[in-house]
Structures are given as structure tokens and as C-alpha cells.
Design a protein around this ligand. Structure first.
Ligand code: G3H
Ligand code: 13P
Ligand code: ZN
Length: 319
């Protein structure tokens, strides 16, 4: 059942975080739904601009609607990930999305406020909630100094002002994470001091953590052992930090890269072990099973596992 993102946030706030998983195809959808039902977790499906154009956005929507009928007990929201203004407006008008993200974080503060507010105004007319972003992710490279890194982080005082001026429903904060398979080096990690101060200024307001993949070293090693050439030694987010982040108001934890690593490992190992094989179904089957296990495991770490019935009762009570 598709439910409003805001309802899921209300149930999760301060207790656990919802896994927000990106999907591009039916194999990811099948693994995601199975993993969330197996772990009894509510969840968020994210669709990026790139995912919408990978095949055809109607295909992805049809996959999600069909998965909803295959798993009638699933409880989830559908979210546009990293939307620009045009895509966000399109998704709002489509009637399919529970929430959209407007990512105008590359604009200066005033421009970001103006763009985000236009999207919020359009979305709220139709009861859709909006995630906006303040701060810059992705500054965490080896060559970036600590002062440069801190300059990219969300300024808590600005966050308070930004939420007041835009009326957005959740905020993606830059707290030290970055997208992709190469994240932290050395002792870098989540800036809990920044997170704590944002929560102090915005009590009860849902925060979002992007770039939350953990980039498991064993996945990277297995991919490379099967012919891949990923840089080893790069660290992602420490999964033990998901729950402490949730307690500080992070309701949504975005995970995409780790799922792509599972896909890559399964397919590389399959064809390395069976070079005579050319069929897509055997590795596809293995991937769906492995991705389902991965999702269930992440939900345990996020604290969303076992929350399905409570979240459903809350959703029905607020409907
Ligand atoms: O943050 C970006 C997400 O991982 C989506 O990636 O734009 O390649 O679909 P994508
Ligand atoms: P990762 O690249 O860490 O999976 O982050 C995904 C994300 O933030 C999607 O918006
Ligand atoms: Zn992101």
C-alpha cells in the first residue's frame, strides 16, 4: 500500500530510520519488496531522474503498482530522488508520487529558497510533501581539507531559516557523507555535532541522510576477484551510525550504491564462474534473492525491521 511519506516519518521520528532505496528495474523491485516483507519493514522507493529515463518512467510506475499487488502487505512511499524543478513539477502533477525532492542545493541560499518554495507551493496544493536540500554533499575526497569540508556542511542556523522560508517537509542535510562508491578516507565520518545542532533548532522536523551506503569491503573485494577494478580501501558510512542518526531526527536514509555493488558482484561472479553461460535469468534470479537479503539486513540496522504493523496502524489511524 502506498502511503504519504509524512505519515511514515511521523511513525519513525526519533526511533528508527526508513530505508530509502533507489530502483531502476524489475529485479531491484522484486528484491526490495521481498526484503522489506521478510524483515517486516515500511520503506521508501526512490526514483531518480536517470531511473525515469532508463527505460520509460511509465514502466517503472507499472512495476511498482504490480509489486504492490504481489505483496499487498507492503507499506511504502514513492519518492522522486534529486529532482530538478521541471521533473519535480512533472512528478507532482502525475499523481503517482507520495513526495518529491527538489535539489537546488547548488544555488545560493536565496535561489535555493525561491526554487524550493515554488515546488513546495505546487506540491502542498495536492497534499504531496517535499524534501529540499541545503549544503553540499560530495566534498569528502582525500584532497579536500577539513576546513573546506566543513564549508560544505549544512549550517544549522541557515537550516532553521531555510525551513521557515520554504515550508519544506523534510531536509536533506550535508553532514559529511557523499554519493557513490568512494566516500570517506582516513577518520572522516558523520558530523554528529552538526546533526545535533540542526535537531536542536528544528525539533521534530524530519531530516534526510543522503550518501548513506556503507560500501562493504567484502563486496568490493569479491567484485575485483571476479574481474572488476574498483578502488579498494574506500569507506562508506559505518552502519552502526544509522540508529544514532535516527535518534537525532534522521527519518530517511538513502541507499543506492550498495545495491549496485550487490548487482555487480552477482553478475561478475556468475559469468566468471560460468564463462560458457549467456542467459540473463540465472544471475537475475540470484540477484533478486541476494538483494532481498541485503535489504532485510539494512532494515535491521536502520531499526525499521519489525515496524511494519505499527506503521500500518498509524497510517490507517491518520487516513
Ligand atoms: O544520489 C543519486 C542516486 O544514487 C541516484 O543515482 O542518478 O544514477 O540514478 P542515479
Ligand atoms: P549512496 O551513493 O551512498 O548509495 O547514496 C544514495 C543517495 O543519496 C540517493 O539519493
Ligand atoms: Zn542523494
Amino acid at each position: 500500500m502506498i502511503v504519504p511519506t509524512r505519515v511514515l516519518f511521523q511513525h519513525a521520528y526519533g526511533k528508527y530510520a526508513l530505508g530509502a532505496y533507489n530502483i531502476n528495474n524489475l529485479e531491484q523491485a522484486m528484491g526490495l519488496f521481498k526484503g522489506c516483507i521478510d524483515s517486516q519493514a515500511p520503506f521508501i522507493i526512490q526514483i531518480s531522474k536517470g531511473a525515469r529515463s532508463y527505460t520509460d518512467k511509465r514502466m517503472l510506475e507499472a512495476i511498482i503498482r504490480t509489486a504492490d499487488t504481489i505483496w499487498p502487505d507492503a507499506l511504502f512511499a514513492v519518492h522522486l530522488d534529486h529532482g530538478d524543478e521541471e521533473t519535480a513539477m512533472e512528478c507532482i502533477a502525475s499523481g503517482f508520487y507520495s513526495s518529491v525532492m527538489i535539489d537546488a542545493s547548488h544555488e545560493a541560499f536565496e535561489g535555493n529558497v525561491a526554487t524550493s518554495k515554488r515546488v513546495v507551493d505546487a506540491a502542498h496544493k495536492l497534499g504531496i510533501s517535499v524534501e529540499a536540500e541545503l549544503g553540499m554533499l560530495g566534498g569528502v575526497e582525500e584532497h579536500v581539507s577539513v576546513s573546506e569540508e566543513n564549508a560544505c556542511l549544512t549550517n544549522p542556523a541557515e537550516a532553521e531559516e531555510f525551513v521557515a522560508q520554504t515550508g519544506c517537509d523534510s531536509l536533506a542535510c550535508a553532514i559529511g557523507t557523499s554519493h557513490g562508491a568512494y566516500k570517506f578516507s582516513g577518520s572522516q565520518g558523520i558530523h554528529f555535532d552538526v546533526l545535533r545542532e540542526i535537531q536542536r533548532r528544528l525539533p521534530g522536523f524530519p531530516l534526510v541522510m543522503h550518501g548513506s551506503s556503507s560500501v562493504p569491503p567484502e563486496e568490493v573485494s569479491r567484485i575485483n576477484a571476479a574481474g572488476g577494478r574498483l578502488k579498494e580501501g574506500a569507506k562508506g558510512v559505518d552502519t552502526a551510525q544509522y540508529l544514532p542518526s535516527a535518534k537525532l531526527g534522521v527519518c530517511k536514509v538513502n541507499i543506492d550504491t550498495d545495491g549496485r555493488l550487490v548487482w555487480c558482484r552477482v553478475h561478475r561472479e556468475h559469468f566468471a564462474n560460468k564463462p560458457e553461460d549467456f542467459d540473463l535469468r540465472p544471475p537475475g534470479k540470484t540477484f533478486m534473492a541476494e538483494y532481498g537479503k541485503f535489504i532485510a539486513g539494512r532494515n535491521v540496522l536502520l531499526g525499521s525491521a519489525g515496524q511494519l504493523e505499527g506503521a500500518r496502524e498509524h497510517a490507517l489511524a491518520t487516513a
